[in-house]
Design a protein around this ligand. Structure first.
Ligand code: SF4
Length: 365
């Protein structure tokens, strides 16, 4: 099984990009420069660096995480520093309160240090698999990103990206959208689903931007969460990708994957955010969010994770929850990993350079 994991990993990473480096892009979060130097080219299989026999070899979803981590990797040892204990894990997080550091508390028998090492190693591997990772919503300014993120609830980023060109062409500023006829906006947003509620949210937040923030999207968490329809998740997307301020985006993919990896057993998004935040330096939070979400969308799916084609299988305690046959697993891959178009109509150049393809406009075949 280890061989299979290695082989699959090599196949997947071969499909990964060989970018010449991440180009400057409005969507690129600050602090992503280190990813630029981590192309997939030359990478064979993570298993090479992760001689983990027990996890990849055993088809079990409950393997002791200790068994998945090779002991004493000198390369990471210096960087590993579990977060300080400031408040007890699991403490409730107020809507506008920045996350406090909490104690690293592994859910299994793994030591806190081993968990931090394994978590950071997974993130490094994913950075090589997705060196072009970026927000998958098309946007040209913070206002567009804020609106697009609100619209992305209960639908795909692709559908939002296919819808927002008409919206922003008709209502390019918060002032325009604040004064819009709701019925007109509803017609534009219909493809996104829940279009009446979403219309209320985007018009409401536009009014609040005009009345309370001079028509500008605020760059502080505590201000963003005062806007109608904007919670911590949306606020962190905006802060991380429009303002370069680190944040963890706990969406459905993030929740699923961090539990599979046994980074935490929390189920409340705010507690997950705090627990995972304790495993990584703050400067990595935004890119970490992209890596995890990209992996969830492409390989580690909710119903059928493509374990047999997963580059981090040797590090994953949940290996075997999905398809382990490499050929069958390969057929489960999505977007650029499966040879399909991505979600953005206007993706960053690094994505295109890596062989990624833009999404089609609404109504295109
Ligand atoms: S696809 Fe998901 S569950 Fe399967 S090995 Fe990869 S990360 Fe683990």
């Amino acid at each position: 099984m280890k061989k299979a994991a290695k082989k699959a990993a090599a196949e997947v990473t071969e499909t990964a990009a060989k970018p010449a480096g991440k180009t400057a892009d409005a969507s690129a979060p600050a602090g992503s420069a280190e990813k630029k130097a981590a192309p997939a080219a030359g990478k064979t299989a993570p298993a090479k660096k992760a001689p983990v026999k027990k996890t990849a070899a055993k088809k079990t979803g409950s393997a002791n995480a200790k068994k998945t981590v090779p002991a004493g990797k000198a390369a990471v040892a210096k960087k590993v520093k579990p977060a300080d204990v400031v408040v007890p894990g699991g403490a409730a997080v107020e809507k506008g309160t920045p996350v406090k550091k909490i104690a690293v508390r592994p859910p299994g028998g793994e030591s806190p240090t081993a968990l931090v090492r394994r978590a950071r190693r997974i993130n490094r591997e994913l950075a090589e698999v997705y060196p072009y990772a970026h927000p998958e919503l098309d946007f040209e300014n913070p206002f567009q990103l804020l609106v697009a993120t609100v619209l992305s609830a209960q639908t795909t980023d692709l559908r939002v990206n296919q819808t927002t060109p008409a919206l922003f062409a008709r209502y390019p500023t918060p002032e325009d959208l604040a004064a819009a006829d709701p019925e007109e906006v509803e017609q534009i947003l219909r493809p996104c689903g829940f279009f009446r509620a979403k219309t209320r949210s985007v018009i409401g937040l536009s009014k609040s931007l005009v009345e309370n923030f001079g028509g500008e999207v605020p760059g502080r968490l505590e201000d963003l969460v005062t806007l109608p329809g904007v919670g911590r998740k949306t606020a962190f997307v905006v802060l991380g990708n429009a303002y370069g301020r680190p944040g963890i985006t706990v969406d459905t993919h993030f929740q699923r994957l961090v539990r599979r990896w046994r980074w935490t057993e929390e189920t409340d998004p705010d507690k997950i955010e705090a627990a995972v935040g304790a495993l990584f330096p703050k400067s990595e939070w935004t890119d970490l969010s992209h890596h995890v979400i990209w992996h969830g969308r492409r390989i580690c799916h909710a119903r059928k994770p493509a374990c047999g084609a997963c580059p981090i299988a040797p590090l994953c305690p949940a290996y075997g929850e999905g398809e382990t046959d490499p050929e069958k697993a390969k057929k489960l891959l999505k977007y650029e990993k499966g040879g399909f178009p991505g979600q953005r109509l206007n993706p960053p150049q690094a994505y295109l350079d890596a062989g990624g393809r833009p999404a089609p406009p609404l109504g295109a075949a």
